[in-house]
Design a protein around this ligand. Structure first.
Ligand code: PXG
Length: 281
């Protein structure tokens, strides 16, 4: 495995950043998770764009152009000879003094890791998964815009622990008003009366690239779509529910907080969108 750090390539054992890097000290940085399918990087430009927008929102200037970063990602994939896998692109504030003020940081650290992806077992896609609502809320958008994919995932991690303790893989996170935002690492959709509904970023969701892809697919299939306000009541009474994310792709949900969703099996719209999504890869 060859890891890119600031223009150089390092073996895993030698790939290191300073303990004074503000990414480590304060979670001060941004990242992307990207898939490689059959030798092709999926939606690379969209991920690069989101990374730059996250960085801009936190006053972090990435020390290379979008084209240069895209080339660096493609070169790292090529060097690692990965036809199917996962790319973690990270930009931290870089090394600086012990203190939150980033003014004396030397400059951002850019890291590209190409690795294997830990996939959900196929059974989850066939049968669907059970999820819970976490008591840990999503950080309100008036504190940190949910579209910033920052290195600080603490509240998502706390919600993930709640999911695990309940014997589930994922948890729904509500915003501080009690509306559904998303899951810990996935966006959430429901189907109700033939319409496809998902919370919008203004409710606390990351502007997911898989979410956008699914909305586009649905539109092209003539399915009515709406980014809207959802409550737990809406989830419990949905005809279908599924999650989307770079890691999960599209995973059906068949039980939420002990309530069976629809008939308890992955629904028709979910299966159709999954088929269409897989045909893109
Ligand atoms: N919400 C959150 C909070 C996320 O972190 C998504 C939604 C889905 O977005 P995309 O753009 O991927 O459709 C994410 C993405 C991991 C991992 O290692 C997590 C994500 C992506 C890739 C890997 O757990 N989260």
């Amino acid at each position: 495995m060859k890891i890119y750090i600031d223009g150089g390539y390092y073996e895993k054992v030698d790939a290191a950043v300073s303990v004074f890097d503000h990414g480590l000290l304060y979670g001060d940085g941004v990242f992307e998770g990207i898939r490689i399918y059959n030798g092709k990087v999926f939606k690379l430009r969209a991920h690069i764009e989101r990374l730059y927008q996250s960085a801009k929102a936190i006053y972090l200037e990435i020390p290379m152009s979008r084209d240069e970063l895209e080339d660096a990602v493609l070169k790292t994939v090529e060097i690692n000879q990965k036809d199917n896998g996962y790319i973690r692109l990270i930009v931290t504030r870089g090394e600086g003094p012990l203190g939150i003020d980033p003014v004396q940081c030397k400059g951002p650290t850019v890291i590209i890791i190409v690795a294997d992806i830990q996939l959900y077992p196929e059974e989850y896609y066939k049968k669907g998964i059970e999820i819970i609502t976490a008591s840990t809320r999503r950080i309100p958008s008036d504190c940190l815009d949910p579209r910033v994919k920052s290195l600080n995932y603490l509240n998502n991690i706390l919600a993930k622990i709640e999911a695990r303790q309940a014997g589930c893989q994922e948890a729904v996170m509500l915003n501080t008003q009690g509306f559904v935002a998303e899951c810990t690492g996935d966006n959430i959709f429901i189907v109700k009366d033939g319409e496809l509904l998902t919370p919008s970023p203004c409710h606390g969701a990351l502007d997911g690239i898989t979410m956008r892809t699914v909305l586009e697919l649905a539109e092209s299939l003539g399915i009515r779509i709406r980014e809207t306000t959802l409550t737990c009541y809406d989830l419990y009474n949905a005809d279908e529910c599924f999650l989307t994310g770079t890691g999960a792709e599209i995973v059906p949900v068949v039980k939420i907080d002990g309530r069976v969703i629809g008939n308890g099996y992955p629904g028709k719209v979910t299966r159709l969108l999954t088929e269409e999504f897989r045909s893109l890869l």
